[in-house]
Design a protein around this ligand. Structure first.
Ligand code: FAD
Length: 493
């Protein structure tokens, strides 16, 4: 749907002619040629003015940060936020950073490491926006998802500016709640649609202590970075265990003793993805290390604050691993490989390989919750993959799942992939069937509810089992978006 000249001019008056476009020759550089226009606001005032115009003309809009996963319907106005790319503040004393939407995680992390700080980087990669919520490899120390947002500046679907938490009452960013009822769950909701209608224009993110070097000693070229030397008091290892139960007991003890900087339950296939640079090499390494591991395992980074702290943590680790009959994967002890893994898993740069692996496309069932329960469910989901592997529909990863600790084990994440050839219709249908069946089993056996489901499933099965959250969400949307200018963000349109 094209804008009329008059309406186009009204938007142009807000951002200037250089920052609006409906040219069919330029639009394909975004997702589709069928946006009404792409507009690039430079600050909150411009975002607000655009949103108000959208309400005036009943035009739907949606913002985009780095565009890694966003799904953008046809005919909408796309707000490309790339000009809003400033780190507003790094508050070392109170340990938060205030960012605009287009600050990517790599930029923020480089600035933070100079100050002995770090933050939760989404497993999607450091190329993604630092401002949107997510979880990743370092959650064991940096927590994840909705736990890391402090105060937020939000332009509502009607064009009001809302400042949450301490920002609204004292103009400071240190807290996302109150005074009075908190709106945090509206802003950084953990249930889909997960995308808050409106636009976040600034957010304060929690920061955490970084015991490593101010600058990572990186050598090599993409896709093969490693370290010229392993930073002092830092170590990366992969341990495999004779059973899931033993692995899980070791994870629990590591959490209780708070010795791990990172605890990432990679399976052997994901280790192979991280340390190789092409599919052929990866298949070869996967075949080799699959024979070296004795069962399920995890990747761990130990980082000491001093040589003494490092020695202590290593000793504790050694005891936990030997009590659980764990075994170190020798390939990872090689300093070059150890360096690659430290690069990939602290600077979060191998996700695209970890996720897609040879196979082309994937369907996944991700779960955040109590790790032992989600592991129990995932074992069944892994077994259910076996017939698909036998039929050649999905890549053979040994039926593996993966996951990681969050906040030293207070929470956990488990996820299971099915990787398949997207051009093979039979394989696609089989994978979709597996996903549906395993999500249903999870709900029926009371492990968790997969809220990334179809409208029908949310309406009749998932919503009713979760306090009818879908009905509340619809009421909320109707209240904050009376003109219907924000398209639905997921299963609930
Ligand atoms: C290979 C792969 C691996 C991934 N792994 C992980 C993972 O391990 N952990 C994880 O958490 N996620 C993961 N993801 C999902 C990931 O979190 C998101 O892709 C990423 O955070 C999106 O950031 P983005 O800036 O690219 O968002 P975009 O794609 O730009 O936007 C995502 C959504 O947010 C909305 N949005 C964008 N900016 C704003 C704003 N300022 N205000 C309000 N709404 C906005 C958009 O409209 C869109 O609906 C993965 C994705 C891929 C493709």
């Amino acid at each position: 749907m094209a804008l009329s000249k008059e309406v186009y001019k009204e938007f142009e008056d807000v951002v200037g002619e250089e920052n609006i476009c409906d040219d069919p020759a330029i639009m394909p550089s975004y997702y589709s040629t069928e946006f009404a226009a792409v507009i690039l606001p430079k600050d909150t005032a411009e975002v607000q003015a655009i949103v108000k115009l959208c309400n005036k003309h009943k035009l739907q809009f949606r913002p985009i940060c780095t565009g890694w996963t966003g799904v953008f319907p046809k005919g909408i106005i796309l707000l490309d936020l790339r000009r809003m790319n400033h780190i507003i503040e790094i508050n070392e004393k109170n340990m938060y950073a205030v960012v605009e939407p287009y600050v990517i995680s790599a930029e923020l992390q480089a600035e933070l490491m100079k100050r002995g700080l770090n933050f939760c980087i989404k497993g999607a990669g450091t190329n993604c926006s630092a401002l949107l919520r997510g979880h990743g490899h370092m959650d064991q120390t940096t927590s994840g998802d909705d736990r890391n947002h402090l105060a937020i500046e939000w332009v509502t679907p009607e064009g009001d500016i809302v400042k949450s938490g301490s920002l609204g009452s004292s103009d400071e960013w240190y807290c996302g709640d109150g005074p009075g009822p908190s709106i945090r769950s509206i802003l950084t909701s953990a249930v889909p649609p997960g995308v808050t209608p409106g636009v976040f224009t600034k957010a304060a993110m929690k920061l955490y202590h970084w015991p490593g070097p101010a600058r990572f000693p990186i050598v090599g070229k993409s896709p093969k970075y490693t370290l010229s030397e392993i930073p002092p008091n830092m170590m990366a290892r992969y341990f495999s265990f004779p059973s899931v139960e033993k692995m899980w007991q070791a994870e629990l003890k590591i959490g209780e003793s708070e010795i791990a900087y990172e605890l990432m339950g990679f399976n052997a296939a994901m280790v192979a993805c991280n340390i190789t640079t092409c599919n052929e090499e990866e298949e070869e390494v996967f075949g080799r290390i699959s024979k070296e591991v004795q069962g399920p395992g995890f990747f761990i980074i130990i980082a000491g604050n001093s040589p003494e702290d490092f020695e202590f943590k290593k000793k504790v680790l050694q005891k936990i691993i030997s009590d659980a009959d764990g075994r170190s994967l020798k390939s990872v002890e090689n300093p070059e490989t150890e360096g690659i893994l430290l690069c990939q898993c602290i600077r979060i740069s191998a996700s695209i390989r970890e996720t897609f692996r040879a196979g082309g496309a994937f369907n996944s069932i991700p779960v955040m919750g109590q790790r032992d329960l989600t592991i129990k469910w995932a074992i069944g989901a892994g077994k259910a993959k076996e017939p698909l592997i036998k039929k050649g529909f999905i890549v053979d990863d040994g039926g593996a799942f993966f996951g990681w600790g969050v906040e030293q084990g207070h929470l956990g994440k488990t996820e299971i992939f099915c990787k398949f050839d997207p051009l093979n219709a039979e394989a696609k249908a089989a994978v979709e069937g597996w996903q549906k069946e395993q999500s249903k089993r999870a709900l029926k056996e009371r492990y968790f509810a997969n809220t990334l489901a179809s409208d029908d499933e949310v309406e009749h099965e998932i919503g009713p089992s979760l306090s009818n959250y879908h009905l509340w969400w619809r009421k909320l949307r109707a209240a904050i978006d009376p003109n219907g200018v924000t398209p639905g963000g997921g299963a609930l349109v």
